[in-house]
Design a protein. Structure first.
Lengths: 138, 138
DNA sequence: CCTCCGGATGCAAATGAATTGTATCTTAAA
DNA sequence: TTTAAGATACAATTCATTTGCATCCGGAGG
């Protein structure tokens, strides 16, 4: 259950109606949402730039995680509760439907991968591309 | 060893000096290259739009594979020889340095991941973010 | 070697995502 | 209630990428 007020307080962020609306909107969907999609829904209430800044703030704070889709557009989804400002732990596999373009957060964690000598990984992202359950039916 | 002329012939592409130059330039580097980087190097010889079109053609033909970096910019690297027009087999892990922004193709293949019911994956991409060997020294 | 067609290139302009600057407004704390 | 730090809105800009169209050139056929 997502409580915007608590999340904001927990991360020392001022409680504004715009920030609350963004969290509500993103929490609705189990697939990740892009800024353009959010702008379509919230454009009447929130300025485009404000939306970008809110999303960046949320990412920095570890409230949202960002996934790049096929077009290089940023998509956002709520982080698992263990994410912090300093380290993201949302290391699950994402699924990007090449038909409807939606991004899903799968409940599958990313297998550990040993890096070559000299390379130090802080995070790893895994995106599967294909057809999602909804598009498979249609 | 990369032979541009052969690659072009093998894929039924006209032999033009621009196409040859792009292949030469990308083959030089073992890290993936973005269009903006290529444009810096080849901008005097090749038009920006032509560069985009060549890269798209190469991707379609399975000559290059595309990796999105942190900024949502497309980067390109030479495909393994088994890639074809209809299916990319370049399923190795990539490494995106958060310092120098370079993308490396690691010689590590992506572990098989079982998709949930209804989801059908055609390709999977895995990108590790961190500090590369060069930046680790400096 | 010459002709000629289709695909490739170059240039101009448009689109779309994201960022920056700045003035104004709002939250939360004194 | 006052007030300062921080948020928001609006305008303008940057940066990657795409589209339209006229021109050019590679290579197949004569």
């Amino acid at each position: 259950m997502i409580d915007p007020a608590n999340i904001l307080k927990a991360h020392d962020l001022k409680h504004t109606k715009q920030r609350v609306r963004v969290l509500q909107e993103i929490a609705l969907d189990q697939s990740a949402v892009s800024q353009p999609e959010l702008e379509k829904k919230l454009g009447k209430e929130i300025d485009r730039v404000t939306l970008y800044r809110i999303l960046n703030t949320y990412e920095d704070k570890g409230i949202l995680h960002r996934i790049m889709d096929l077009n290089g557009t940023a998509n956002y989804a709520i982080c698992s509760s263990s994410c912090t400002e300093h380290h993201h732990h949302d290391e699950h596999v994402h699924f990007n439907c090449t038909n409807c373009l939606k991004i899903y957060c799968l409940q599958i964690s990313i297998p550990r991968i040993k890096m070559p000598e000299g390379f130090k990984a802080n995070a790893i992202s895994s995106i599967a591309y294909g057809i999602c359950e909804k598009c498979n039916i249609a």
